[in-house]
Structure formats: structure tokens, C-alpha cells
Design a protein around this ligand. Structure first.
Ligand code: G6P
Ligand code: ZN
Length: 550
């Protein structure tokens, strides 16, 4: 075979699987499921069939993941070779954080990329694995593509594997941080950040939760911006995330929370999830709700972040995310788009120049520099806000901290209290019964009706029509909005791999300066009671207490 010839192709017969439906963000299943014969291969082959045999020929594919299963990379590379791709660009050690994959695809003009991750779900043989496909703008695959993949998975009968010699097929191994860093350098003022992190009166900690962001945080915060190396904790990626649950929230990021609530707490704390796209930001003994976080960044973006120097083009949030962002948008004269849960819905708004910054209650924050949410983006955005606020504060203080910024924000815009209660329901049929019951309540309740002692303004099942491509997505969560502006949303998670998780999102706006500092869980307790009564949750599931509150 001459070096210009393609790889030798093996055609391997296989049995289709019928459970390979992509959820909110890719296909996630127990690792043991992915270990079934040709399970991963089938799914990737179906993806290539769905993209089109002619379409993928000669193209370049990005590949990497959060380190939870590096053997999968071998399989995907062979399938790419067998299906006619010309080249695979893979992160060293098969690592690529999700935002870094998005940056790599965009900067190198790749056809798309496969990300091997189950995000914040725990990893290792006992837990979960997953894959996602992102397209050439770096954005997650849209529903019409993942629906096509699902159809293909049910009939894929032959795998095409490239073997023996790869011939003209190329595998390029790249530094997983280089393209991402280059993109972030265009977004932020690294000199401003370097100066701020160099202050002796400012301290920070970044908890990588044993996941993929450790090397990125070291490269960016320590090597580029001069933060002390010990500021990155749990910074070595491990395939099972140190046995932990790599989800940056008050429950799972317990190391960080302990540190930020201790007497020796640094000024700023942050954590990121398994694949580096989620974030949590904390001040000293202070939690920044993600709904507030994106609103604060929006309010300060133009002044503090060079990428937004011309002003924001618009902003967006997922439907269950609180209305804090809407208030900033209104003050800035911007459109705030309300999309279904899932990052994929922001991409088309960004491509059309309708949205520069967006966020979700599920600890996602991001901007149009890439097409994924981006944990380190949020961290650098907050550090930029702090650096700017302290630009005239002499070393030795008093430093304007995270809490000061958020409290000032509430004084200006009012505070939208927000909480999410998650109920893990092992029997998915019970969860479906709750939703069916609620659907009936919503359909039967008119404006002005009294529900559980509150006057209803509206109740409906959220559906969304993309303003750019006109695609409609329905059944995205049941929402009950009351006359006092408070809101309850019920929705089933689309990222779980077992049973079902019912999410109950509670929100209430308050402009009374005397009540702005209340504890969110306390402030929302009455509304949580309404949610339980309305849903008859205990009747259907036997559950009274949420599994997790964020
Ligand atoms: C992933 C998606 C997010 C989404 C989140 C929660 O992280 O990328 O866009 O908000 O999952 O999804 P779920 O369906 O579990 O509520
Ligand atoms: Zn993630």
C-alpha cells in the first residue's frame, strides 16, 4: 500500500442497540453498558452514517475527553479511519475539556469533534461514560441530528473499521490547552488579570475536582497569570475523579466549600466539573447562585472584558434559570432570549449575532467566543470584574470582594431568590406520573385561578421556536407563574443514566432592601411547600425531601 492510499477497511457485522438516544447533552450510560459488545462502536458508526458517508469523506475530526476512558479513543480513531475521515486531531492523552474541544474545532476549522465525557456524572467502571458530537462552529449537535443518529443506531448492521495500516489517514496529537488558551487570551485582558492575581492581599483557590480542568487551571491561572501553584487543588485528572462526584455545587464540591467557610478562607473560590464546562463561584463564606453569576457578568461585561468592549449583542438563559439576567438586559436595552435547557440552543443565537453571553441555573456560564459553556471563562470573568472593581484600591485594602459585588448588584436590580430541588426517583414511571398529573393541572388552570392559596397568572408546558432556523422544541418543562411574580417549574432531567430525576425550580423576586440578604432556601420555603402540594409528589413517589438542593 502506498502512503497516499487510505486505510484498509474491515466491515464488521454487528447487532443494533435500541437505547442509544442522546439526552440533554450527548449519550450517557453506565460504563458497563458502553462495555457491551460494540456498544460504543455502534453509536459512533451511527453518528457517521447520520452525518452522511460522502459528507465525512476527507474531513478532519477533533477528539478528546475528560479522561474517564481513554481506550474509547482508539475505537473512535479506527472508526473515523474506516469511514473515510482524512485526519483525527486528538488531545494529548486523549484529554480535552469540553470548552477546549469547542475552541479547537473553531480555531482549526475542523469538521466537528467527538467529546468522550459524561460531564459531571461520576466516572469509572461502576459509574458513567458518554459521548457528544459538536459541529464545525464548536456547538453541540442539534436535535434534528441527534434524532437522526438515534434512527441509525437502531439499524446499524456493519461497522467500518480502519485497520493494519492507516496509509494517508493522519492522527495529529495536540496540546489540549493551546488553542483554548489562545482563545481566552483574545477574550480577556491578561495584563489586568496578572496584575490583580499578583496582589499580596488577594488569594484564590480553584478546585478541579480530580477532573480535566486541573492541567488547564495550572496552565492558565498559575503559568500565565502568576497565581501560586497551590491555588489549584485536586488538580490531577483521574479516571474515576478520585471516587468523587465531579459536579461543582454546594453538595458535591465539599472540599472547596469547607475551605471557603473556614477561618483561613481565601477571597475567591471556584470549581469546575468533570469535563470543565460547569463552574461554581464562591466568595468568602458566600455562594454565588449561577443565575446571579451570569447577571453580574452581564452587568459588568462591557467595562471589564475586552471581548465585550462594543457592548453585548443580546443575552440568553434557559427557561428554568431565574429572571435575574432579564433585569440586567432590560436595563442595558438588550434582548434576553429564553431557551430550553441545553447548551445546544444558544449556538444558533450566537451564530446569528443575537447573543454574546448566556447562562443556566445548572452551573453553566458562557459566551460567543466558543459554543460550549466554559468553566474557566466564568472564573476569568469574575476575576476581571474583581480586578476592575479594585483597580483603585491600594494594596492592603479594603478589597472589594465577591459578596460586595453581588450585594451591590441586588441593590441595583433587586434580588431574584432561586433554588432547585432535585428528587431522584428510581422508578421512571412514577416520575412520568407526576409530570402527567401536573400537565393536567396546568391545562385546567385559568389565569386568576387560585392554586394552593396563590393566584395564578399562567401555567403551561414550555415550547420554544428558534428565532433563527424556526425549529420548534416542545415539552420542555411545566411552569406555573403566580400573580406576585413567583414561579415554579417542574422538569425531568435529560442527563441522568438511571431512573429519573425530577427537578423543581423555585424563584421569587424581591426588591425590598431589608430582605435582600435572606437565606435563599428559607425565603423560598413557602413556595417549596406549594410545589409539593401542587405535584402530589409524595402520593406518586413516596418522597418528601429532595435528594439535592442547589
Ligand atoms: C448539561 C447541559 C446543560 C444543561 C444541564 C442540565 O450540562 O449541557 O445545558 O443545563 O446538562 O440538564 P438536565 O437535563 O439534567 O437538567
Ligand atoms: Zn460538564
Amino acid at each position: 500500500m502506498s502512503p497516499t492510499e487510505g486505510p484498509t477497511i474491515l466491515h464488521i457485522p454487528t447487532q443494533p442497540y435500541d437505547d442509544q438516544k442522546f439526552g440533554t447533552s450527548g449519550l450517557r450510560k453506565p460504563t458497563a453498558t458502553f462495555m457491551r459488545e460494540h456498544y460504543l462502536d455502534n453509536c459512533v458508526q451511527a453518528l457517521f452514517y447520520a452525518l452522511g458517508e460522502e459528507e465525512v469523506r476527507g474531513k478532519s475530526l477533533g477528539l478528546g475527553g475528560d479522561g474517564r476512558c481513554t481506550q474509547a479513543a482508539q475505537t473512535i480513531i479506527r472508526l473515523a479511519a474506516g469511514n473515510g475521515f482524512a485526519r483525527v486531531v486528538v488531545g494529548r492523552d486523549a484529554l480535552l475539556a469540553t470548552p477546549a474541544a469547542s475552541a479547537l474545532i473553531r480555531r482549526r476549522g475542523l469538521y466537528g469533534g467527538i467529546i468522550m465525557t459524561a460531564s459531571h456524572n461520576p466516572g469509572g467502571p461502576e459509574h458513567d461514560f458518554g459521548i457528544k458530537f459538536n459541529r464545525s462552529a464548536g456547538e453541540p449537535a442539534p436535535d434534528h441530528l441527534t434524532d437522526r443518529v438515534f434512527e441509525e443506531t437502531r439499524r446499524v448492521a456493519v461497522l467500518k473499521l480502519g485497520v493494519t495500516r492507516f496509509g494517508s489517514f493522519e492522527v495529529e496529537v495536540v496540546d489540549p490547552a493551546a488553542d483554548y488558551l489562545a482563545v481566552l487570551q483574545e477574550v480577556f485582558d491578561f495584563n489586568l488579570l496578572r496584575g490583580f492575581l499578583g496582589r499580596r492581599d488577594f488569594s484564590l483557590v480553584f478546585d478541579a475536582m480530580h477532573a480535566v480542568t486541573g492541567p488547564y487551571a495550572r496552565r492558565i491561572l498559575v503559568e500565565e497569570l502568576g497565581a501560586p501553584p497551590e491555588c489549584v487543588v485536586n488538580g490531577t485528572p483521574s479516571p474515576d475523579f478520585g471516587g468523587g462526584h465531579p459536579d461543582p455545587n454546594l453538595t458535591h464540591a465539599h472540599d472547596l466549600v469547607g475551605r471557603m467557610w473556614s477561618d483561613s478562607a481565601p477571597d475567591f473560590g471556584a470549581a469546575s466539573d468533570g469535563d470543565g464546562d460547569r463552574n461554581m463561584v464562591l466568595g468568602r463564606r458566600f455562594f454565588v447562585n449561577p443565575c446571579d453569576s451570569v447577571a453580574v457578568i452581564a452587568a459588568h461585561a462591557q467595562a471589564c472584558i475586552p471581548h465585550f468592549r462594543q457592548g453585548l449583542k443580546g443575552v440568553a438563559r434557559s427557561m428554568p434559570t431565574s429572571g435575574a439576567l432579564d433585569r440586567v438586559a432590560a436595563a442595558l436595552g438588550l434582548r434576553c432570549h429564553e431557551t430550553p435547557t441545553g447548551w445546544k440552543y444558544f449556538g444558533s443565537l450566537m451564530d446569528a449575532g443575537l447573543c454574546s453571553l448566556c447562562g443556566e441555573e445548572s452551573f453553566g456560564t458562557g459566551a460567543d467566543h466558543i459554543r460550549e459553556k466554559d468553566g474557566l471563562f466564568a472564573v476569568l470573568a469574575w476575576l476581571s470584574v474583581l480586578a476592575h472593581a479594585n483597580r483603585d484600591v491600594p494594596e492592603g485594602g479594603p478589597l472589594v470582594g465577591v459578596e460586595d459585588i453581588v450585594r451591590q448588584h441586588w441593590l441595583t436590580y433587586g434580588r431574584t431568590f432561586f433554588c432547585r430541588h432535585d428528587y431522584d426517583i428510581p422508578d421512571a414511571a412514577q416520575a412520568a406520573a407526576v409530570m402527567q398529573h401536573l400537565g393536567g393541572v396546568a391545562a385546567g388552570a385559568a389565569e386568576g385561578a387560585e392554586l394552593c392559596g396563590r393566584v395564578l397568572r399562567s401555567a403551561n408546558d414550555f415550547s420554544y421556536t428558534d428565532p433563527v432556523d424556526g425549529a420548534t422544541t416542545s415539552n420542555q418543562g411545566l411552569r406555573f407563574i403566580f400573580a406576585d411574580g413567583s414561579r415554579i417549574v417542574f422538569r425531568l432531567s435529560g442527563t441522568g443514566s438511571r431512573g429519573a430525576t425530577l427537578r423543581v425550580y423555585l424563584e421569587h423576586h424581591c426588591a425590598d432592601p431589608a430582605r435582600l440578604g435572606e437565606d435563599a432556601r428559607e425565603a423560598l420555603r413557602p413556595l417549596a411547600g406549594v410545589a409539593l402540594e401542587l405535584s402530589r409528589l409524595e402520593h406518586f413517589t413516596g418522597l418528601r425531601e429532595p435528594s439535592v438542593v442547589t
